[in-house]
Ligand binder design. Structure first.
Ligand code: GCB
Length: 615
């Protein structure tokens, strides 16, 4: 666990450290819903490609030295007015970056930057007696070292999941505090993701930062959902953290459903419950009904808006609330092409989902890593099913135990954040991972982990396939045994050579009798470039590709969903064609300037027909 890791680290290096590192605590459920002090806004920064603020000139880390001092995290100032002391940095006179926001899109010189940037923000917080304070970062890409008032809190890896520390005992009683973050987006082979991806390596503090206040003993986690496959019962748990966590009465109340239930926590502060729940209006894309849910103890109260639905598979069918559905989806990145860099605010995210609705979707694939928590809440509200994913993408270091642990941590955090969202129906454990024994071991362990954390949702992964000269597409990846959906990425008409008109020569041979969802197909088109349907990069080519793909895919008996690649053009360093791509992957149905391409309307019409058939 992280706790043992932190302890081991202390033994090794930190016997000098004045204060121990903090274990990253279990993520607080609905942390943004707490009383918060926002630390969004301007953060002073220092670009540090040589990591001078972290290592001395013999490459020893300052934060592991005897004094623990010397790094930029000291935020040092000369002690006299004469400035005779040598200090070669000064955050307060440095330029500032906007948070949330990747750094790449904020300064031309940072567009391709991969390395370390230091951030500093000062804030005033008068700690109140009996309260706890949790420093919370929505996401920092990729490796983050976090310091408060010159002392290290900890280190976190993974660019798309929250980072959280209980800083109650580290705050200055006087109220003046400062946070320093070393963010490093260097790509490394053994990390998750690894060095090769098809998206921009946006660095820095890409999501909200705040300090959340809770009582001393507080509701740190909870799950309130329908019991697995049971539309008449809620099942879940509540977890308290703090000195008085044992033997507490917790009240669950859902006034609109006339539900009030009291449960007692055990010695660990945990209480499980099942509650009969009849006559609920179940959540679905057509009726995205959310109930106000309150959990309260003597000293704490949290509120959430939660939808209730069941999801399961039976043979070829995906059953939502017991009824067979077709998942009319689209893939998307956490990027809105109308603003530079990562999507930042609720409006950017809502725009993406509004486009998906306009396309006729009831489903979105949030590729290839955990998206913002806000996105899941919007999907709940707007009635879109969600596929959530971890960045186990392409060629991961399958044999490295630390890599596995990292992937598992990211998966656990994703599941923790999304577990109360009715919209989320699929956990994806990875994308296009090449077959091998070590990979099967890694991936099947991840699948088991996902199931052990959440057995109420479907587990999948975007699989590859192989073709034989007779134009048969074989889907027989052994990982398929461990998954609820057979999801495949296929690029007939694009990467496979041949024109869109040749797509329909393929037939499928699929090993598993499970629902099939096509997690990707697509091709690039430059919006506004018109030619005939055989001319690559033209809107007509992409349009024909969609028409023929739909024809081919309709022959799959178990087809129950798809998420073509992709809603909107997105920035990708791999995409170098100077005329057609200009640094964008152009497989979007919507261009980088927000223009709908012809293929958008092909898929829209197909989804209209499917909705008639299924809804
Ligand atoms: C894929 C990947 C996706 C890429 C896409 C492409 O198979 O899963 O991340 O962006 O193909 O455009 O090549």
């Amino acid at each position: 666990s992280l706790q043992t890791l932190a302890a081991a680290f202390l033994l090794l290096a930190g016997s000098f450290a004045t204060q121990p590192l903090l274990a990253q605590s279990t993520l607080i459920q609905n942390a943004p819903g707490r009383r918060v002090l926002s630390l969004n806004g301007r953060w002073n920064y220092i670009i540090d490609p040589y990591e001078n603020g972290f290592y001395d000139y013999r490459r020893e880390a300052f934060d592991q030295s005897k004094s623990g001092k010397g790094g930029y995290y000291d935020n040092a100032k000369p002690s006299t007015k004469q400035e005779t002391e040598l200090i070669e940095y000064d955050f307060d006179h440095a330029d500032a970056l906007q948070v949330p926001g990747d750094w790449n899109s904020q300064r031309p010189e940072l567009l391709y930057y991969e390395g370390t940037i230091w951030y500093k923000k000062s804030f005033n917080l008068q700690p109140k007696a009996g309260k706890r304070y949790h420093l919370y970062f929505g996401a920092i890409n990729y490796e983050a070292h976090v310091y408060l008032n010159g002392k290290k809190l900890g280190m976190h890896k993974g660019g798309f999941t929250p980072i959280q520390y209980d800083i109650t005992d580290r705050l200055n009683p006087g109220g003046d505090n400062f946070v320093v973050v070393k963010a490093d987006n260097t790509r490394r082979p053994e990390e998750v993701p690894t060095i090769n991806t098809d998206w921009w390596n946006y660095g820095g503090m890409t999501r909200d930062v705040f300090v959340a206040e809770t009582p001393q003993t507080f509701i740190s986690d909870y799950k309130v959902q329908l019991a697995k496959g049971n539309m008449g019962q809620l099942a879940g748990f509540v977890q308290l953290t703090g000195e008085a966590k044992a033997n507490q009465t917790v009240t669950l109340s859902i006034p609109e459903a006339k539900i009030t239930q009291q449960v007692k926590t055990d010695g660990e502060g945990r209480a499980s419950f099942t509650v009969p729940a009849r006559k609920l209006t179940l959540w679905s894309p057509q009726t995205p009904k959310l109930y106000a849910v309150t959990l309260s103890t003597g000293t704490d109260q949290v509120q959430d808006r939660i939808g209730f639905r069941t999801i399961e598979t039976r043979g070829a069918d995906i059953l939502l609330n017991g009824k067979s559905i077709f998942m009319r989806g689209i893939s998307m990145h956490d990027e809105n092409p109308l603003i530079p860099g990562r999507a930042r605010g609720e409006g950017d995210l809502r725009m993406l989902l509004t486009w998906a609705k306009e396309l006729g979707c009831n489903y979105v694939r949030l590729a290839h890593y955990p998206h913002n928590e806000t996105m899941l809440k919007l999907a709940d509200e707007m009635g879109l099913l969600v596929w959530g994913e971890v960045p186990v993408y392409w060629t991961i270091a399958w044999q490295n135990p630390a890599t596995y642990q990292n992937a598992e941590n990211q998966l656990s955090d994703l599941i923790s954040l999304g577990k109360n969202r009715a919209s989320v129906v699929v956990w994806s454990i990875g994308n296009e991972t090449p077959l091998s024994e070590p990979r099967l071991k890694f991936m099947s362990s991840l699948a088991q982990k996902a199931r052990s954390l959440d057995d109420t949702r479907l587990i999948s992964a975007a699989l590859e396939l192989h073709r034989t000269p007779d134009n048969v597409i074989h889907v027989d990846d052994p990982l398929g045994e461990f998954l609820d959906l057979t999801s495949i990425n296929e690029y007939a008409g694009w990467y496979w050579g041949g024109k869109p008109s040749e797509i329909t020569k393929y037939t499928f041979d699929i090993k598993y009798n499970k629902p099939v969802t096509i997690s990707e197909f697509g091709g690039d088109a430059l919006a506004g470039y018109h030619a005939d349907a055989d001319t690559r990069w033209s809107e007509e080519y992409q349009e024909a590709l969609y028409q023929q793909q739909i024809k081919m895919l309709s022959t799959i008996k178990n087809l129950r969903g798809m998420t073509p690649w992709i809603l909107a053009d997105f920035r990708a360093t791999r995409r170098q064609h100077p005329v057609y791509q200009q640094g964008f992957n152009r497989k979007g149905l919507i261009s980088s300037t927000g223009v709908k391409k012809k293929a958008f309307y092909v898929l829209q019409e197909y989804y209209r027909q499917l909705a008639k058939q299924y809804d």
